[in-house]
Design a protein around this ligand. Structure first.
Ligand SMILES: Cc1cc2nc3c(=O)[nH]c(=O)nc-3n(C[C@H](O)[C@H](O)[C@H](O)COP(=O)(O)O)c2cc1C
Length: 328
């Protein structure tokens, strides 16, 4: 049996399955669901260090968290050490238990400013960015990275060592290059290679969709914990299923149709609570696609949900779909 308790610097983590930072997904509503379903650590959507510097209103929204979420890792991005230091201080003051720096984002808008995965092309600057955060806050700082910019410049092993030397408390490695974006298969061998050369915890990331994948990554790479992104979309159960499997060797069944419908409704209510009905109605559409994947007649119900504009009509549609599924 794998020991479940470990730590990132001074922060004790109880469990091995971590919710990945995902813009548009790992918001307060979803983090609460992931936490309730035993995510060992939840990570926020990335927050721009520059946005913090200029007191952007949307950024303030992203900084909100609930007590029950702790421990929370709050992710910032940027390539200006001064802005990162300020950003780290602000998220620490907002309640972050861990400050994570994004060095893996492949999105054009981000890399064109030299942020996210663009930092992997400039290890010296990346190290200055990490060091600035480490010096600015008392809480542990972590860095999330890819394996390199493209297949000709895979540098994660040296990069991770360089970043470790700045005093960060853990590293997360997504086993793809920036060029790969999210396509192809994540190469876990680089997670293993990083684990072999650094003395801080390594979090493995990429392509975990089933409890057995989590165990395989832990076994094959020796990483300290696993981080789940797309496998957690519309699927907060993945965390408790991994937890249970690692503890007992038994695979819990996935959620029933009814459980998925009910979770969709709960998720919707949380979104409305935290963001208001107008945004809730809009944002639930993406999540609905995930919760309803593979359910009978889901395309029809997804289309209906996509045309809804009020809380009441959403609840009515869900109730109608529930009634239909009850008889199946
Ligand atoms: C919709 C979406 C948004 C993401 N946003 C972020 C982000 O804000 N910060 C970050 O470090 N990674 C982000 N990622 C990358 C994930 O954290 C993760 O590294 C990647 O999806 C690979 O893991 P997976 O195979 O489990 O999905 C995002 C991924 C997706 C699919």
């Amino acid at each position: 049996m794998i020991e479940q308790t470990w730590s990132i610097g001074t922060v004790t983590i109880d469990g091995k399955a971590i919710l990945a930072p995902m813009a548009g997904v790992s918001d307060i509503a979803y983090r609460l669901l992931a936490k309730e379903h035993k995510a060992a650590l939840v990570c926020t959507e990335m927050v721009s260090a520059m946005g913090i510097k200029y007191k952007n209103e949307r950024t303030n929204e992203l900084l909100r968290m609930e007590d029950v979420e702790h421990p929370v890792s709050m992710q910032i991005f940027g390539s200006n050490p001064e802005a990162i230091a300020l950003g780290a201080k602000v998220v620490e003051a907002a309640g972050a238990d861990i400050v994570d720096i994004n060095m893996g984002c492949p999105v054009k808008k981000v890399v064109s400013s030299g942020d996210g995965s663009a930092l992997m092309k400039h290890p010296d600057l990346a190290a200055r960015v990490a060091e600035a955060a480490v010096k600015a806050v008392k809480v542990p700082v972590t860095v999330k990275m890819r394996i390199g910019w493209d297949s000709d410049s895979i540098n994660v092993v040296d990069f991770a060592k360089r970043i470790e030397s700045t005093g960060v408390a853990a590293i997360a490695v997504h086993g793809r290059t920036k060029e790969q974006m999210y396509s192809g298969q994540a190469d876990w061998s680089y997670i293993k290679a990083v684990k072999e050369v650094v003395n801080i915890p390594v979090i493995g990331n990429g392509d975990i969709v089933e409890p057995s994948d989590a165990k395989r990554m832990l076994d094959e790479t020796g990483c300290d914990a696993v981080m789940i992104g797309r496998g957690a979309q519309g699927n907060p159960w993945i965390f408790e299923r991994i937890h249970h499997y690692l503890l007992t060797g038994d695979i819990l069944p996935g959620p029933t149709y009814m459980e998925r419908i009910d979770m969709l409704l709960t998720h919707f209510q949380l979104l409305c609570h935290y963001k208001g009905a107008a945004l809730g109605v809009k944002e639930i559409r993406t999540h609905a696609g995930w919760y309803l994947r593979g359910l009978p007649e889901s395309a029809y119900w997804r289309n209906r949900i996509n045309t809804i504009h009020t809380v009441k009509s959403f609840e009515r549609e869900i109730e109608a779909y529930r009634n239909l599924l009850k008889d199946m």
